[in-house]
Design a protein around this ligand. Structure first.
Ligand code: MG
Length: 378
């Protein structure tokens, strides 16, 4: 069922270091190369850390909010469904989805912005680029190489955006930004799955936290129209069920529109290979009408949730923790664990940024306390 323009593990551009093919059972490979990639990601240290990293709400704020891990699982679930509908390679989309946030700092976007500000004079910090750095260099699990030695297609999918300056240093995966080419459809699908996932789960988490209300969301047509359908069908529905019934319809509407619009775009171009996809503009996307509705929801979340004063207070604390950790390790490299001191011999700011970016929320809070609270030991 794989479309001729889908990514195909048998025609992969390959891995940086050659490896033995997977063993055969009755003449069939146990796993294809994209499955191997996905499995390496799931077994990585960075993947396990996602459980304790903030999506919007810091881990200790509540057990029911999304974390980076549950967010990544939701992205993978959506991306696989869309990939299957478009006859793309499901294993590749799943792998890209599970890896897409591996480079996130603790404390979500507040953490990323703070670390980027600290790194201003040392090449900056960007979580998307850091995700690639994690799988290419920072994971140390193999005897023969650093990183996970993933296929080109998986790495291409992780790198969503990139400046020309950075692209020139990245080699193969950077090239498309210089040539203005597109990534595989699997990568394009995962980008949209990411967006559909967070817009919808942030409505859910926002309502749960009571930082936003159903009344406020009435101005957002994507929400209001779907809620009206639910209320029409179930006039006596309790609020606890009303919200998920509304949100699942929102997700469904977005996914259906994305699949239909993308299939139309693909049909129009009639690509015959992945090369055709890479040379074409982005083919995965929403219709104009849904794009506008989705944009309105995004704007709503930005002004009412991500910049709610209670979220701002947590962001300000996060910024302080990240900045103070960075300053302390830059002033005295010997405060870092030994393996990070070793890396600092080559590039201290980058080694400090790698150490901080790898921390979970709670580890960063503890590490900050260990360094700054006199009554704390070690
Ligand atoms: Mg994400």
């Amino acid at each position: 069922m794989l479309a001729p323009y889908a990514a195909n593990p048998d025609q992969s551009i390959g891995r940086k270091f050659d490896e033995q093919p997977t063993p055969l059972i009755n003449g069939v490979a146990v796993r294809n190369d994209f499955q191997r990639d996905r499995d390496r990601i799931i077994h990585s240290t960075a993947f396990r850390r996602l459980e304790y990293k903030t999506q919007v709400f810091v881990n200790h704020e509540g057990d029911l909010f999304r974390t980076r891990l549950t967010h990544s699982l939701e992205v993978a679930q959506l991306a696989r469904g869309i990939a299957r509908t478009l006859n793309l390679h499901e294993d590749l989309t799943e792998g890209i989805a599970l890896a897409h946030d591996l480079g996130h700092t603790p404390f979500g976007h507040a953490g990323q912005d703070a670390l980027n500000a600290c790194m201003r004079n040392y090449g900056g910090f960007e979580h998307n680029l850091q995700s690639l750095r994690v799988v290419d260099q920072l994971e140390k699990r193999y005897a023969e190489f650093d990183g996970l030695n993933l296929t080109f297609e998986l790495r291409e999918g992780i790198l969503k955006h990139c400046s020309i300056k950075n692209a020139k240093q990245l080699g193969d995966v950077g090239e498309r930004f210089i040539r203005k080419h597109s990534p595989s459809l699997e990568a394009q699908v995962t980008n949209f799955a990411d967006e559909i996932a967070y817009n919808n789960h942030d409505v859910d988490d926002g309502l749960r936290s009571q930082l936003i209300t159903i009344e406020q969301l009435q101005e957002i047509s994507l929400f209001a129209e779907n809620m009206a359908i639910v209320k029409d069908k179930y006039p006596a529905i309790e609020q606890k069920r009303l919200i998920p019934e509304t949100i699942r319809r929102m997700i469904n509407q977005l996914v259906m529109d994305l699949c239909e619009t993308s299939l139309r775009n693909i049909e129009q171009l009639s690509p015959t290979s992945i090369q055709d996809i890479r040379q074409a503009p982005y083919l995965v996307g929403f219709s104009q009408a849904i794009e506008a509705k989705n944009h309105a929801l995004k704007q709503f979340l930005r002004s009412n949730l991500y910049h709610h004063y209670k979220v701002n207070r947590m962001s300000a604390k996060a910024e302080r923790i990240i900045t103070e950790l960075f300053t302390a390790f830059m002033q005295n490299v010997e405060l870092m664990p030994e393996e990070h001191q070793e890396a600092a011999k080559y590039d201290q700011p980058r080694a400090v940024a790698d150490y901080i970016a790898g921390m979970t929320d709670r580890f960063a809070i503890r590490e900050h306390r260990r360094l700054f609270a006199v009554e704390e030991y070690l």
